[in-house]
Design a binder for this molecule. Sequence first.
Ligand code: F0G
Length: 471
Amino acid sequence: MAGRPAGAATTNAPPGAQRCINLACGATYGLRERVQLCPRCGETLEIVCGLPASADPELMRKQWTSRRARRAWSDDPRDLSGVWRYLEMLPFANDAPFVTLFEGNTPLFDAPRSAAYCGLLRLRLKHQGYNPTGSFKDTGMAAAMTQAVIAGARTAVCASTGNTAASLAAYAARCGLEAAILLPRGQVSPPKLAQSLDYGALVLEIDGNFDVCMRLVQELGEDPSIYVANSINPFRIEGQKTIAFELIEQCQWRVPDHIVVPGGNMGNSTALGKGFQELFDLAMIDRLPRLSIIQAEGAAPLARLFARLDFNRQRGGEDIPEKLEPVENPQTLATAIKIGAPVSWKKALRAVLRAQGQIISVSEQEIADAKAMIGRDGIGCEPASAATVAGIKKLAAAGQIARNDDVVAVLTGHALKDPDYMIGYHEGTLSLTSVGTKAHESFAGTFRNPPRRVAATKAAILSSLERQRSA
Ligand code: F0G
């Protein structure tokens, strides 16, 4: 691995701090302090950005619009990157060594077939799979790697189900840091493994699931040479919260009624919740969109906890339960969210409670059919992302989403992460075998579209077409 010379980059210190999310503790640490969890109470940290009192939301809004307009010809990362465009809201100074692959700038699609499938008049899909390495992780990694450079880190490490790995590998390569990636052996899709190898990361295949890899990363983080790049790192969350800013700009500052995201380790939901909250606190939006998280049934520790909450007590998101019962052997074909012990569950739960959303789970069949329907809109995504549309259908059926609500699902990853899943669905061979019980479940492709073998003649092809038209 090529290393960068040791030593921190010199840059002005921006205002702000790292703060423990535990209200009873409330300890704060400087932005430059290398802390993972709160050294005082062990809870996760979040960043409070010190916006100067002179910050004028209207001016910031104009600034963001003009940076976006300069994209066609500028070479300034603040114009080209959908993260650095929002620098005023981030814990970095103007002269920070911005690491970027021009992440963000992702499309917001209208998805009429998926909308009808969910029983809605309209549904929009914010597609984070259009990021440089194919997932939303890139927005967070731009911020985390910039902070790693500022901190003078040598090796960035993460646990991953695939996307974080590819993203870290690329962004670390970009800024000359070493990257070491812990993957659950045999459980990561070949395209993601291939990306990580190609970007030059040290790939370590671990005999254990994601939660085991995550535990090891937290232990490794105690070594001063290691910089942890999972979403437990609050700088990752800062980069990812820009998805909320970009989305609201694309909605021309009209707040959607409902935003729906898939949930695994719970960094993404935390980040979106934080982004919307900050816009609301600055009066840049006049209300919070409802924020809901969808988990896969076989990996749904937070959905289970949510179903048991006492909403009178937890209203406002300030009184969060102390413990989450993990799922020991999470099971789902949506590998990105096959996580039984999410590290950021408290922050995500707080965001959902403040935004009056829901946390529910959906079945493998529901995810597979929703994914095929997103494909029929010409959009496509990886299975974990499709959990959103499956969840929206379920929430609409339960009356939690109204037919004419303005709903946005965040699609988190690119369709080509899991080609075997798609082929399996369309050929009718998609199945899941449980690790413990060895129970085997097969999934019918409700919207199956298998390849047809056809003779090499024009007549045979035309007759195949005819059969398709009249089907
Ligand atoms: N969707 C995709 C495509 C993901 O890759 C992930 C997480 C999630 C959703 C869940 O997001 O963890 O922030 O709640 N993937 C991680 C990884 C775990 O290693 O790539 P979350």
